[in-house]
Design a protein around this ligand. Sequence first.
Ligand SMILES: [Zn+2]
Length: 73
Amino acid sequence: MVKIMSIDELEEQVEKLLDERDKLEETCDTLPQCQEDDGCDTCKIYNKIAEIDDKIEALEDKIESLMGDEEEE
Ligand SMILES: [Zn+2]
């Protein structure tokens, strides 16, 4: 059931996630709790940013392995 995506599609997804991440980071910066040291430890937005980071990392791994396949041919 997993749709195989092309490198272009994967890169597009990374772009979207980076956009989302930027917006979250902006919001995080404006929260009073995040002005304090370690304030982001309990910040929900920061958790979301970490989730997005994980997704981006997974996508980049996929892109890399797809690129590796292409080079081998
Ligand atoms: Zn925060």
